[in-house]
Design a protein around this ligand. Structure first.
Ligand code: IPE
Ligand code: IPE
Ligand code: MG
Length: 250
């Protein structure tokens, strides 16, 4: 099977190189079962494990997961602190396994707001897995698409003194995920059909896939369904359907 690229029209039946997911519906999954919301987050971590495995098996190169948005600080303090604790536990438990499976871990977002211990753990996990090449898992934490564009803009301006005309090509290298191609496939679970300040710049040409399935119920089979839907789409990148069929890459 061919791997798609986000700069050119991909071959049919390509496995997406980069899948980005808003893992939503943990709270409702728990509430439906009369459990506390945190039980949904705990179960959600298990779903992450399955999807990471599936991506390795299917040959996906980049998996990006929205774990905590810059707006999620507005949740009740006890839910926020439980989520932080869960993040620490997940790092403690999963990093060795990821490393053993040749998986690189990146944590993307404004990490300065996390406590020092968590920041150290993140830095250590990134360092340890930096040279792994099978799959890059990016966890977006205290991430916001607008924050990303603004921090990249500040860096671009600082890097180009005296310049007044800026281009997209000058901004792109400063975005938090400059190390990855743009997502081919965006998935949001939990039934909402919105972007919620996720990767605003990078999703310009991603195929969007929404499912009612709550994140804790999202399995390898659910991922395959999303990939199947992706494979039935025609990505045109501004061209006509005819041009795409004839592969005239103007
Ligand atoms: C997504 O599930 C996980 C996080 C935002 C951390 P939610 O917690 O948003 O679950 P719902 O949307 O309330 O069901
Ligand atoms: C988006 O989910 C953020 C994450 C999944 C981390 P939310 O549940 O916070 O989004 P809204 O508030 O429903 O838009
Ligand atoms: Mg939600």
């Amino acid at each position: 099977m061919f791997k798609s690229s986000t700069t050119a029209v991909p071959e049919g039946l390509a496995v997406p190189r980069h899948i980005a997911i808003i893992m939503d519906g943990n709270g409702r999954w728990a509430t439906k079962r009369l459990l506390p919301r945190v039980a949904g987050h705990v179960k959600g971590v298990e779903a992450v494990r399955g999807v990471v495995e599936a991506c390795v098996e299917r040959g996906v190169e980049y998996l990006t997961l929205f774990a905590f948005s810059s707006e999620n600080w507005r949740r009740p303090a006890e839910e926020v602190s439980l989520l932080m604790r869960l993040f620490v536990t997940a790092l403690e438990r999963e990093v060795s396994k990821m490393h053993a499976n040749n998986i690189r871990l990146k944590v993307v977002g404004d990490l300065s707001r996390f406590d020092a211990k968590l920041q150290d753990m993140i830095a250590a996990a990134e360092r340890r897995t930096a040279n792994n090449s099978r799959l890059t898992v990016s966890v977006c934490a205290n991430y916001g698409g607008r924050w990303d564009i603004m921090q990249a803009t500040s860096k671009m301006v600082a890097a180009n003194p005296g310049v007044t005309d800026y281009t997209e090509e000058m901004l792109a290298p400063h975005l938090a995920m400059a190390y990855a191609p743009e997502p081919d496939l965006f998935i949001r679970t939990g039934g909402e059909e919105r972007i919620s300040n996720f990767l605003l710049w990078q999703l310009a040409y991603s195929e969007l896939y929404f499912t009612q399935t709550f994140w804790p119920d999202f399995t390898k089979a659910s991922l395959d369904e999303a990939i199947g839907s992706f494979q039935n789409r025609e990505r045109r990148f501004g061209q006509t359907g005819d041009q795409v069929a004839k592969k005239t890459n103007a």
